[in-house]
Design a protein around this ligand. Structure first.
Ligand SMILES: NC(=O)c1ccc[n+]([C@@H]2O[C@H](COP(=O)([O-])OP(=O)(O)OC[C@H]3O[C@@H](n4cnc5c(N)ncnc54)[C@H](OP(=O)(O)O)[C@@H]3O)[C@@H](O)[C@H]2O)c1
Length: 253
């Protein structure tokens, strides 16, 4: 018999919560002490120690599974299982992404396809599965797409990654129109450079250059991005939709 957890908690699905920004989001939302609080479902290809720790600390409000977002059948099963764990589906954060840096002319085709599949196609498919469940619920809801300043400004060596993030921003605007009448908001959050596994290919020299060009003089951190996502999930943000909001210390202007 499946266990149903506190039905009042708002259930948020976060793709790629095992590390980096996704993990900061899981942690922060699980720690939320305001009623009714959140039930968080997340997944990644590889389980991390951080996921074990959250499973131990929040056995009644956290669900994790190992899966590749590109595996359509596994994704369907995952969303089904997540909805059995907690019925009050409220939000989706499309966070999982990959990057392969390199100039387009020499970037292997397989890497181009992988970036498009993980960062765009799979995010769209997960959103579709989420909406099929979500639209059965009476209430309002939230979708937050984690984009990037690369979707708004050009960066050499990141053209394909930038294309995927610009696609996500276009998706945000179109979907916001489709879902407005249902009280579901859709927004993009575009962070500046953070030091995570995703940006590990940037050299120390490149990171120093980014800091120098940033008016606020440092790289972004998860803690800079999380409050905005939390706000977009909140009741107070119910009239904000279709936006791409930049959190980058000013570097992209
Ligand atoms: N880091 C930056 O400088 C930066 C800047 C702007 C925007 N962003 C955006 O912020 C978001 C989070 O990035 P991050 O820096 O936190 O990256 P990260 O540390 O590499 O984390 C990415 C997460 O996505 C998961 N993931 C990747 N491919 C997956 C797949 N095929 N199936 C399932 N899960 C997958 C990863 O786990 P597994 O690898 O185990 O699957 C991990 O949990 C991304 O959307 C990224 O584009 C990052």
């Amino acid at each position: 018999m499946e266990k149903k957890y506190d039905p009042n908690k708002r259930h948020i699905i976060i793709s790629g919560g095992s590390k980096g920004l996704g993990y900061s989001l899981c942690q922060s939302l699980l720690e939320d002490k305001n009623y009714p609080g959140y039930f968080i479902s997340t997944f990644s290809r590889t389980k991390t120690a951080e996921m074990d720790e959250l499973l131990q600390r929040y056995p009644d409000s956290f669900y994790y599974a190992e899966l590749d977002i590109h595996d359509g059948k596994a994704l369907i099963d995952y969303v089904e299982e997540a909805c059995k764990r907690s019925s009050n589906l409220y939000g989706l954060i499309n966070n999982a992404a990959i990057v392969q840096a390199g100039v387009l002319a020499t970037l292997p085709e397989v890497e181009i396809m992988k970036m498009l599949e993980v960062n765009v196609t799979s995010a769209l498919m997960l959103t579709r599965l989420f909406l099929r469940k979500m639209l059965q619920e009476e209430g309002k809801g939230r979708i937050v797409n984690i984009s990037s300043i690369c979707g708004l400004r050009g960066y050499s060596g990141l053209a394909v990654y930038s294309a995927t993030k610009a696609a996500l921003d276009g998706f945000t605007r179109g979907l916001a129109r489709e879902l407005g009448s249902r009280g579901i908001t859709v927004n993009s959050v575009a962070p500046g450079y953070m030091r995570t596994d995703l940006s590990a290919s940037l050299s120390d020299e490149q990171l120093e250059q980014i800091k120098r060009r940033t008016p606020l003089g440092r790289l972004a951190e998860g803690i800079d991005i999380v409050p905005l996502v939390r706000f977009l999930l909140s009741e107070e943000a119910s009239f904000i939709t279709s936006q791409t909001i930049v959190v980058d210390g000013g570097i992209s202007n």
